[in-house]
Design a protein around this ligand. Structure first.
Ligand SMILES: [Zn+2]
Length: 981
């Protein structure tokens, strides 16, 4: 073959442009491909006349290395007319060629991506050393690959089948071990086969060797052999050690591969998750997408998961998880006319206890997971079980006992799955997901050949190709008595992902907050003023936010490139959302009247107002003779010592001191945080042993402004600086704290600690649409393993009659625990917020430079108050013109019953959709006040489809009764539609 090359750099031209580009000849051995650059290869040759009618393949090796499939160079082969043929990978280097026209010229194009190996293997161990390969600004310019041989070859089917026979039997032989009679029968059959095979004439003798093995391969499995449902799959991370733009191409290569394999293998069933990846195919590879559509119609290419991406589930808000399901399921319904009923999250870093209810509310019934097998401390006890969420909803869940989602169908994998399966004897069968992920091309023809041989084979579990739906339906029918796991599936690993890449996390929280406001005010503007609702704009913004919640982006475990793009995107989205909010509020504003604050919280705090003495006296800031600063607003009085730490918080309303004797509040500590592996992911349990309190003061001052008094402390530590501000506000017990950090550390965790004189063996942490309790102690290995946890906007520690909430603006990582070891009477609890990390892999510059982190302490707060403050604390103060404060269209009258989302229905009918939830874990009734005439109100699922009878309406009020942590979606039809004036 003659190979021509054209270097496109980091551009990705179309086939049309690439096929007409100027190619230069490249010889085997020549280098190509700077990191992340694309080269097009044009391979031309002549079909030998003697090969007419025989099976011919073009073998292409662009310089592949063994191992790390999907983490190195990849290619996509095109015919001379621009049709995608298949992907090229280390384990799939062949391209089928038509041999029907002997003597004819063969031309194939290959789009070759010089993707670097960001996470290499060294002696089989992952090498997490810092790398310049993940940041466009630090890439080396030396080529990474050397072209190897590219040539036409005859495919000998008999010899290839013999190789598969021997592979399957020799693997099985090793699994069975020497105590098995079957083992020795296989040994002697393999010996006879090798004797029958002449190494000088393999083609002429392969069939004789196969004949020796045939009886062994036709001996059936034991009657009670474990049954595995095998599902072809490729776990393709929507971004990780590559940018999202490369994921688009990875999906195309893998999809092309799968479609090519399907043509020859009628038994291949392939499951693909993440609607976003299908949407990319539709947009960028319309021909491939049409071929996918055809196979979906036949039930062989199976969309699964019903989420926009396989998102993280620790950090996205409740509404975000709802939209993951809504956007995902709706895409599959609209494009393929089918409703997925399983949620597919094999790789997310732990599973929120809010999920089962949301899965059920989206009309799904099942859940597939896997990552929980990565637990470092405790073995998760189940593989097939009902998973019960915070509201009591149960979802049938399966975790494949092979402990992986990228199997290769080896005897070792099957044996491990069968022996590891926790529900043996009670429940038959498990699932096995096979195929190389992350651009490795998915299933291979070798895997399919092994499946055919393993269907019913003595000594092996049975395997059967089937769809996830078929597996779940069968399992559901047989499993009323499956065990129940209650609450969160906490992953005992990857605890650093609640904190790494703080700017990405801040962007997510800000986007969620602004989306809530934008939808709420745009709905009011549409219903009350007839303004057009920005459906398309909001859909587009949501899709971008949902993509960035992918389980390697929001968790902060991607390369620098991905996080740089995320930060830019979040800034653009904030600008667009502010425009929607501003134009909606200006439409709602009266022509005259004073400027009044906008009231954007559609539910009350406990007791109806945030504080019992809201008309409190003066705010003061003073300094005592001993240098102690004093902040006082009549509700709380703070003492701050000369080192800038809070030594006393007096709740003047309750008459309580909050700072435990001998401790200080708001102390920053730097911990050595250099995990043994998985830097951006893990915090190792030993990290606390090397710690350094940040005490040095560069300057400290107090000041007083309009309704506020504060102490500001400036410090320098390591190569960094921080300005800490502690502020009290008129009329509020809430104490606002800010840390403005210029962070230049490496391998460090920055935590602020807030010891509080509250005796509590557990604390509440906000999760989606509710909260979960977690222990403050380490009694059992399960408790001890939760040494770092994820909370949403607040944590709450309480004694029966008094509690304190700690609210945050954008922090997720928390450590809430008993006082330090030692012989003390432990009557207090230490709340810690993990503010920043500085992991060195995969982004060696992660988290550097400036961060403004805000949090607050709310003395005397109930959980209802925590929810209310969480909503108000981070919200932008806005004003509009009018006699009265502008209020949301729908409000709850009961504290703890939270109106979370107000939007217009996705079907664009003009109906108003309201999502409300019970936040306290109790039964509650609330009246919802509706500020417009509505003719009827239905209960719907989250896809806004009616599920229950109409809700009674009286005097523009709808009454809802909710069970603990119940999420309810209401759909309201306005009686009169306002037209724009
Ligand atoms: Zn993943």
């Amino acid at each position: 073959m003659t190979v021509g090359i054209w270097n496109a750099g980091r551009r990705t031209p179309s086939f049309g442009d690439a096929s007409e580009a100027p190619y230069t000849t490249i010889q085997p051995g020549q280098a190509w491909g700077e990191p992340w650059a694309t080269s097009w290869l044009r391979l031309t040759g002549t079909m030998p006349t003697e090969w007419a009618g025989r099976r011919v393949e073009l073998l292409v090796d662009v310089g592949f290395s063994a191992g790390r499939v999907g983490f190195q160079a990849e290619g996509l082969a095109y015919s001379s007319t621009g049709r995608t043929i298949k992907g090229l990978n280390p384990t799939s280097r062949w391209i089928p060629v038509d041999s029907g026209d002997p003597g004819a010229e063969v031309t194939v194009f290959v789009e070759a991506a010089a993707n670097p190996t960001v996470l290499p293997l060294n002696d089989g161990v992952r090498d997490f050393r810092p790398t310049p390969l993940g940041d466009p600004a630090t890439l080396p310019s030396t080529p990474l690959y050397q072209l190897r041989e590219c040539h036409l070859a005859l495919f000998d089917a008999t010899a290839w089948k013999l190789a598969r026979d021997m592979e399957v039997l020799s693997q099985l032989m090793q699994e069975l071990g020497a105590q098995s009679e079957r083992h020795w029968r296989i040994v002697s059959a393999l010996e006879r086969a090798l004797d029958a095979l002449d190494p000088i004439d393999i083609a002429g003798t392969a069939q004789h060797a196969r004949d020796e093995l045939a009886p062994l391969l036709s001996s059936p499995a034991h009657a009670s052999a474990h049954r595995l449902s095998v599902v072809g799959h490729a776990h393709i991370d929507s971004a990780w050690l590559w940018p999202t733009s490369e994921t688009v191409r990875k999906v195309a290569r893998t999809t092309a591969n799968v479609l090519q394999l399907m043509d020859a293998s009628p038994d291949l069933v392939y499951a693909m998750s993440q609607a976003q990846q299908f949407a990319w195919m539709k947009e960028h590879y319309p021909q491939l997408f049409e071929r996918i559509r055809e196979r979906v119609r036949q039930g062989r290419f199976v969309p699964v998961g019903g989420m926009w991406v396989e998102s993280d589930t620790n950090m996205p808000s409740g509404e975000s998880l709802v939209r993951q399901l809504v956007f995902g399921k709706r895409f599959f319904m609209e494009e393929f006319g089918l409703e997925t009923e399983e949620v597919w999250l094999p790789d997310s870093f732990g599973y929120s206890a809010a999920l089962p209810q949301l899965i059920a509310l989206s009309g799904s019934r099942w859940m597939l997971t896997q990552k929980i097998s990565w637990n470092h401390t405790n073995r998760f006890p189940h593989h097939t079980f009902y998973w019960e969420g915070i509201d009591g909803t149960r979802v049938l869940t399966h975790a494949p006992p092979a402990d992986k989602y990228n199997a290769e169908v080896t005897a070792a994998e099957l044996a491990h799955a069968a022996s590891n399966f926790a529900e043996q004897g009670q429940i038959g069968g498990s699932m096995l997901l096979y195929g190389h992920g992350d651009g490795g091309g998915g299933p291979t023809r070798e895997m399919l050949a092994r499946i055919r041989r393993l269907r019913d084979l003595e000594g092996s579990p049975r395997v059967e190709s089937e769809t996830p739906r078929a597996f779940f339906e069968r399992t559901e029918a047989a499993n009323d008595a499956a065990p129940v796991w209650v609450g969160e599936m906490y992953l005992e690993a990857h605890r650093g992902t609640y904190t790494s890449q703080a700017r990405t996390k801040q962007g997510n929280r800000r986007s969620e907050r602004l989306l809530r406001e934008a939808e709420m005010w745009a709905t009011s503007a549409a219903v009350l003023r007839g303004v057009d609702y920005p459906y398309d704009e909001l859909d587009d913004i949501w899709k971008q936010v949902l993509l960035l919640q992918f389980h390697d982006i929001l968790p902060g475990s991607s390369i620098a490139w991905v996080h740089q793009e995320a930060e830019t995107t979040y800034d653009e989205l904030a600008t667009r959302l502010e425009q929607i909010i501003e134009s909606s509020l200006s439409a709602l504003s009266e022509d005259s009247g004073p400027m009044v604050p906008v009231d954007a919280v559609p539910f009350p705090a406990s007791g109806g107002s945030p504080d019992p003495m809201s008309a409190a006296p003066e705010v003061s800031a003073s300094v005592d003779r001993d240098g102690t600063f004093r902040l006082d607003n009549g509700l709380v009085r703070l003492h701050i010592d000369g080192s800038g730490h809070i030594t006393s918080i007096r709740d003047l309303v309750a008459g309580r001191e909050l700072v435990p004797h001998g401790t200080k509040v708001n102390v920053l500590t730097q911990y050595r945080d250099t995990p043994a592996q998985y830097d951006a992911w893990d915090i190792d349990p030993t990290y606390r042993t090397v710690a350094e309190a940040i005490d040095d003061v560069t300057s400290i001052e107090h000041w007083k402004g309009e309704g506020v008094a504060a102490v500001r402390t400036e410090r320098a530590f390591g190569s960094s600086t921080v300005v800490q501000t502690v502020q009290v506000n008129a009329g509020q017990r809430r104490i606002d704290i800010e840390a403005d950090v210029d962070w230049h550390e490496s391998g460090k965790l920055l935590r602020v600690s807030l010891p509080l004189e509250i005796s509590a063996d557990r604390f509440a942490a906000e999760t989606q649409f509710g909260h979960v309790y977690r222990p403050t102690h380490t009694n059992t290995s399960w408790d001890a393993a939760k040494f770092e946890i994820c909370a949403h906007r607040w944590v709450h520690v309480a004694e029966p009659d008094y509690g304190v909430a700690v609210i945050n603006e954008s922090t997720y990582g928390h450590d809430v625990r008993r006082p330090s070891p030692g012989r003390v009477r432990a009557t207090h609890t230490v709340v810690g917020l993990s503010l920043l990390r500085a992991p060195r892999f995969p982004d060696p510059g992660a988290d550097q430079e400036r961060h403004i982190l805000r949090y607050a302490v709310v003395p005397g707060a109930s959980i209802a108050d925590a929810v209310w403050h969480a909503c108000t604390f981070a919200q932008t103060d806005r004003t509009s013109r009018g006699e009265a404060a502008l209020a949301p269209l729908v409000r709850s009258k009961t504290s703890g019953v939270v109106v979370d989302t107000i939007k217009l229905a996705d079907d664009r009918s003009g109906d108003v959709v309201v999502r409300v939830y019970e936040a306290l874990g109790r039964r509650a009734r609330s009246e919802l006040e509706i500020a417009c005439d509505v003719s009827r109100v239905w209960v719907t699922d989250v896809l806004e489809r009616p599920v229950a009878a109409q809700v009674e309406l009286a005097n523009q009020r709808a009454t809802v009764d909710l069970t603990p942590f119940e999420v309810r979606t209401l759909r309201m039809t306005p009686a009169v539609r306002k037209l724009p004036s």
